[in-house]
Ligand binder design. Structure first.
Ligand code: GLY
Length: 362
């Protein structure tokens, strides 16, 4: 094991561990340590991940429970829907899942969010364990209990906060992850450093060749640092009343681009673009220096993330921001950087500000 981080939760909810390792061998023991004694386990994996890892994980799960069912879902954001949740409920009911049953998510953020939501709602809530297999889900989506599905094309419109009982990260799963998905995760890791930790941002620049080469020790150290940033934020503000909103840096315009391009770009690619666009707005206002904005653009580029939105309809992007969950009354909560390593919320960015930078960038 490389690292173990304990997330302290609000009163009445069990604290949970993030285990960072490079094997599935420690999973059974890690689940036993949660105190859970499930009568049935449902392993939820998508059609990409199930053929690669489900057999190895099921073998370990049979060590702690006689009844383990593989619940496969179709891969991709397009299937992050209430229909998929219905099909999970159906299969759980058919297999006689009870309130003592456990769901285990094996996959990226889409699978983790759906598994968590099914767990949050089946029989008014059963426990679940996250085994994130993508870089993005390892450092962000699996931690902090946000669960849910998209609705009518809007990201995560339906959901619930439901804390996992364990987050188990096996960094070996990154070996089979396409390069584009690694880049997508890098955008969230760069984001975490930009809002909270300048030293970590400098570390990423210095270690860029080793990160690009996916050197295991460097990846483990980077994932651990990113998880600790997320830990600090979700411990201070588990239900996003304040500080947790900072994690949405780059996400308001990013989500709007994601929808406008019909998910042609990955989440991380859109978050990277969202960060650059909001940086440009703040640069023009003089609250972020051009030097820092250019430096950030250089870092995103060095990890092969796009720095210009291509073939994006500006009007659709702006329209999409209107239904963003971060919108309150007529203003949108925009996370802006004051400087590298420090962010805050701005409520006075207008559609005209967005249109101006989108038109000059697109
Ligand atoms: N992914 C953002 C959050 O967990 O709040």
């Amino acid at each position: 094991m490389f690292d173990r981080i304990t997330i302290t939760t609000p009163a009445g909810i069990a604290d949970y561990a993030i285990i960072l390792t490079d094997t599935f061998d420690e999973l059974a023991q890690a689940i036993r340590e949660t105190g859970l004694r499930p009568d049935r386990i449902g392993l939820v994996a998508d059609t990409n991940t199930a053929p690669i890892y489900s057999a190895a994980v099921m073998e370990v799960l049979f060590d702690i429970c006689d009844s383990v069912t593989l619940l496969t879902v179709r891969a991709g954001e397009a299937h992050k829907t209430t229909e998929t949740i219905n099909s999970l409920y159906e299969r759980m009911a058919e297999a006689h899942f009870t309130r003592k049953s456990l769901l285990v998510s094996l996959g990226g953020g889409v699978v983790g969010d759906m598994t968590g939501f099914a767990a949050a709602t089946y029989m008014r809530g059963i426990p679940f364990v996250q085994i994130p297999t993508t870089l993005l889900s390892q450092v962000d989506a699996s931690i902090g209990g946000k669960t849910g599905v998209d609705f009518q094309g809007y990201k995560n419109m339906i959901g619930a906060f439901h804390m996992p009982s364990l987050v188990y990260i096996n960094i070996r799963t990154l070996r089979t992850l396409p390069a584009r998905e690694i880049r997508s995760g890098m955008a969230e890791i760069i984001k975490a450093a930009l809002i909270k930790d300048r030293d970590f941002y400098d570390w990423q620049k210095k270690n860029q060749p080793a990160i690009r080469a996916a050197e295991p020790a460097v990846m483990a150290s980077m994932i651990g640092r990113a998880c600790r940033i997320k830990q600090a934020v979700v411990e201070n503000d588990p239900y996003e009343a304040g500080e947790r909103k900072l994690l949405n840096y780059g996400h308001t315009i990013g989500h709007a681009i994601e929808k406008a391009c019909h998910f042609r770009l990955t989440h991380g690619e859109c978050v990277g673009l969202g960060m650059l666009l909001v940086n440009e707005i703040t640069c023009r206002r003089g609250t972020l220096t051009r030097l820092e904005a250019d430096d950030i653009q250089g870092v995103l580029k060095s990890f092969d993330l796009p720095v210009r939105p291509v073939d994006i309809d500006v009007a659709s992007v702006i329209a999409n921001t209107r239904s963003d969950k971060k919108r309150e009354k007529n203003t949108i909560d925009f996370v802006v950087l004051n400087t590298i390593g420090q962010a805050s919320i701005s409520r006075d960015i207008t559609e005209e500000d967005m249109r101006a930078v989108l038109e000059s960038f697109c």
